[in-house]
Design a protein around this ligand. Structure first.
Ligand SMILES: Nc1ncnc2c1ncn2[C@@H]1O[C@H](COP(=O)(O)OP(=O)(O)OP(=O)(O)O)[C@@H](O)[C@H]1O
Ligand SMILES: Cc1ncc(C[n+]2csc(CCOP(=O)(O)O)c2C)c(N)n1
Ligand SMILES: [Mg+2]
Length: 288
């Protein structure tokens, strides 16, 4: 069973309405006075980071990737709960955790600590407060809307290669940034929004499926890390940029690039340069 199959099977279990059918970046919990936004992500040695990496980078990435899901819902972080496995360079992990929490002005709520052998994994739950209702979802894209993305797609891939070769800047891979200010600015305007974690094309496919529309992407319009390897950049993932749709007449209120359009559902959820993409296979990263 791969990640997609497992999540599909989870959808048959009793789901909270705030789980949004397990088809969104985070759960949305209306508790009356506030709307909480909740997300959890895990990093695994060898899968999400290299065993040789500085554990300070791992702590940074663990927090940033979770905050990215809050950003995609326009939420402001309230705090985090950490699931920690002792046995690596725990002092460096603590230093990186201090650094990333200070950077985002976020504080610890709690967590759990265990010891274990490599390959170790680390979990984090991030809790945020919605800044705008309705909280943006992946499901609201409307035919006629414009499709936008922040930042450079494939920067993480190039950062990963820089880390492995020891030449160039690995920061886009080792120290991704959560687009919290952009997410908050965008939330009142977008019809749909998500972060790009598994690859632009796979995540666009998921947005199209959730919204019941087709997304048409002009691949040449996407700002990629390396033009000659555009397809690698569009499918590798780990970029943590925001992918969103805006009504055609709405000016984009943040720095971002127009990369396509929302169309009524055609015979595929995704069209890349006019070519129908009916199957998500090969569009991005899926755990298996
Ligand atoms: N083990 C699990 N138990 C419950 N819900 C899960 C589990 N794994 C995934 N989900 C849910 O499935 C949906 C999709 O998850 P996914 O991990 O693809 O989203 P994401 O966090 O935005 O992406 P990424 O993990 O790549 O950052 C979310 O609603 C998530 O909460
Ligand atoms: C050492 C190493 N680091 C990174 C990658 C690439 N990668 C792994 S998971 C993922 C998507 C986000 O994960 P998730 O869906 O769990 O949030 C990506 C792009 C790799 N193959 N090897
Ligand atoms: Mg996400």
């Amino acid at each position: 069973m791969n990640e997609t199959d497992f999540i599909a099977a989870l959808r048959a279990l009793p789901l909270h309405p705030g789980a949004r059918g397990l088809k969104d970046d985070a759960a949305v919990l209306d508790i009356g006075s506030e709307i909480l936004v909740l997300t959890h992500d895990v990093l695994v040695e060898g899968r999400h980071y290299l065993p040789s990496q500085d554990m300070a980078d791992v702590a940074w990435k663990l927090v940033a990737t979770n905050l990215s899901d809050l950003a995609a819902k326009g939420a402001r972080p309230l705090g985090v709960l950490l699931g920690h496995m002792l046995g690596g360079d725990d002092a460096r992990f603590l230093a990186g955790l201090d650094e990333v929490l200070s950077h985002y002005g976020v504080t610890l709520l709690g967590g759990d600590t265990v010891a274990g052998d490599a390959p170790r994994s680390f979990g984090l739950t991030a809790i945020g407060a919605a800044t705008h209702t309705p909280v943006p979802s992946r499901a609201g894209a409307q035919p006629g809307d414009a499709l936008w993305v922040t930042g450079t797609i494939g920067a993480a891939l190039l950062g990963f290669e820089a880390l492995r070769s020891g030449t160039g800047d690995p920061a886009a891979y080792t120290r991704p940034l959560a687009r919290l200010p952009e997410g908050e600015t965008l939330a009142p305007h977008v019809s749909a929004m998500m972060d790009v974690s598994d690859g632009l094309l796979l995540d666009a496919f998921r947005m199209a499926e959730a919204s019941g529309v087709s997304l048409a992407i002009d691949s040449a319009a996407v700002p990629v890390g390396e033009k000659a390897r555009s397809m690698d950049c569009l499918t590798w993932g780990d970029d943590y940029e925001l992918l969103f749709t805006l009504p055609a007449e709405t000016p984009c209120p943040v720095a971002a690039t127009l990369i396509g359009a929302v169309e009524p559902r055609g015979f595929a959820p995704l069209f890349v340069d006019g070519e129908a993409v009916a199957n998500p296979q090969g569009l991005g990263y899926v755990h298996r």
